[in-house]
Write a protein that binds this ligand. Structure first.
Ligand code: SF4
Length: 245
């Protein structure tokens, strides 16, 4: 509440202040001996306080750690994670433990067992029901995230009052023109995001982009060309030649 009050003081009343918050922490989804964290009842209370404090909207996510089977939902590409996780070794409480599990093949089945123990069956709209419960207690708009990339599903959740809007990340990494694809009348892109999460584990070391080879018919060069396309044209001015203007 103090942070929200201070932010509002700094930005003024005409600036949109939105809070992203877990509907459910699912803190014990991977390891059952860990605390479950906030439940939806806790989040409803927090969101009521946030509304009273003058927040303009809340944005519902889920899952308390990185990585987490509920956040972002989908696969967990251990081979790719092993290549990138090392850059985080100096930070976090559990990073080293997770790195060792990825590093040694014999430990991977243990990780897979715990990871898949409570892994949700659905990806698209995974937080929608939680958002609906929270929205029923608030007057401010409620946004929700979670694997959205099908126009009819998004339309249904908004139309049936689960949320006021959805937010989209991975599906826009896979198809930057997703909105235009919807506008053209298609319900889902021809090459949809597979929710493999390879973009996520690459983003900590490599340029953000889609690293799912199957979306490029196995053509690695074409995949990397698309990843690197964000640098063309260069976002930076060319360095002038020495002695030039
Ligand atoms: S790597 Fe591509 S297909 Fe996989 S989750 Fe990311 S955007 Fe989707």
């Amino acid at each position: 509440m103090e942070a929200v009050a201070e932010i509002r003081k700094q930005v003024g009343d005409d600036f949109h202040v939105q809070v992203k918050i877990n509907g459910n922490d699912y803190g014990n989804a991977v390891f059952p001996w860990e605390g479950k964290g906030n439940t939806v009842e806790d989040t409803i209370q927090i969101c009521r306080w946030l509304e009273e404090a003058g927040v303009d909207a809340v944005h519902i996510s889920g899952g308390s750690s990185f990585p987490h089977p509920f956040n972002p939902p989908g696969g967990f590409p251990i081979d790719w994670a092993l290549r990138t996780f090392d850059v985080m070794l100096s930070s976090g409480i559990y990073t080293f433990r997770r790195y060792l599990i990825f590093r040694y093949r014999l430990l991977r089945p243990i990780f897979n067992y715990f990871w898949n123990r409570k892994k949700p069956d659905i990806v698209e709209g995974i937080n929608a029901d939680t958002a609906r419960q929270i929205k029923s207690h608030l007057k401010i708009p409620v946004l929700v995230t979670g694997g959205f990339q099908t126009a009819s599903i998004i339309r249904r959740y908004i139309g049936e009052g689960y949320c006021d809007a959805v937010s989209i990340a991975r599906a826009l990494v896979a198809n930057n023109d997703l909105v235009k694809i919807f506008a053209s009348g298609k319900d889902i892109p021809d090459r949809p995001c597979t929710h493999c999460n390879k973009c996520l584990v690459n983003a900590i070391k490599n340029p953000l982009g889609c690293y799912e080879l199957s979306r490029f018919d196995g053509d690695y060069d074409r995949m990397i060309e698309e990843v690197m396309s964000v640098f063309h044209p260069s976002p930076f001015d060319p360095v002038p030649a020495e002695g030039g203007d």
